[in-house]
Design a protein around this ligand. Structure first.
Ligand code: PRT
Ligand code: ZN
Length: 211
């Protein structure tokens, strides 16, 4: 029996995900440009996927575990449990408005057009705060939306804040603090659970050694 893990194929989580597995002593052959690979010295099969697809694959049990940002996990709202926070891929999902505009709390968002790639989380935030606003879902370059008149404000991921700054925007609300997490399918057998425990034990040791 092998444990199947889904990690990002390329992008911001790829390097750290592969690095973490390596630091756990897992030998990956031929990682580059493949859909899947196998570890030599641990019963692990690695699937390389778009991060957006990982929660679904883990919910469906196509992969037993996965590494994905909390932002994606919560946005997709899939049934997969967090096993361990991994300490990389840190960012936050924030609302940002044109720098020159006044902000007097969430009510300032009333009636606004919000560009975002996170419609589910933004909707939840608006509902919680009793604000009615129009959500415009776009898949990339969200921060340019106000500049081109597509929206009044944005809700996007922020890490250093320089993208917002470059686009004349300022952060006014944080909806979510996020980092990469290890997630698992909810219906694993005892053997699979044992393997996850073994992997998590190693992950914790790696994390501890870094502190
Ligand atoms: O192809 P695939 O769908 O797999 O990848 P993707 O393009 O959807 O995602 P990718 O690789 O960009 O990001 C993967 C994950 O990294 C995200 O889901 C987050 O969990 C995490 N992460 C951490 C970030 C950032 N930091 C980040 N800064 N994801 C995106 N950004 C972007 C943000 O959208 C904005 O455009 O970086 C810009 C802001 O950065 P600063 O430093 O200027 O504030
Ligand atoms: Zn993605």
């Amino acid at each position: 029996m092998k444990l199947r893990i889904a990690i990002q194929k390329s992008g911001r989580l790829y390097e750290d995900s592969v690095q973490l597995l390596k630091e756990c002593g897992i030998d990956l052959r031929n990682v580059k440009d493949r859909l899947k690979t196998e570890a030599d010295n641990f019963p692990l099969e690695i699937f390389f996927l778009r991060d957006d697809d990982i929660p679904q694959y883990v919910e469906d049990g196509v992969a037993d575990i996965g590494i994905v940002g909390e932002n994606v996990l919560y946005e997709k709202n899939k049934k997969a449990a967090i096993v361990e926070k991994l300490g990389f891929g840190k960012c936050r999902l924030s609302v940002a408005i044109p720098r020159i505009q006044q902000y007097e709390g969430v009510q300032s968002l009333q009636g606004k057009r919000i560009a975002t790639s996170y419609p589910f989380l933004v909707n939840e935030f608006l509902a919680k705060n009793n604000v009615q606003a129009e959500i415009h879902e776009i898949s990339g370059s969200v921060e340019i939306a106000p500049g081109i008149g597509l929206a009044d404000v944005v809700a996007d991921l922020v890490s250093s804040g320089s993208t917002l700054l470059m686009n004349g925007l300022k952060e006014v609300e944080v909806l979510l603090q996020s980092q990469a997490v290890l997630i698992r399918n909810n219906n694993l057998n005892a053997e699979q659970q044992k393997l996850i425990e073994k992997l998590v034990f190693r992950i914790r040791a790696v994390k501890k050694a870094k502190h």
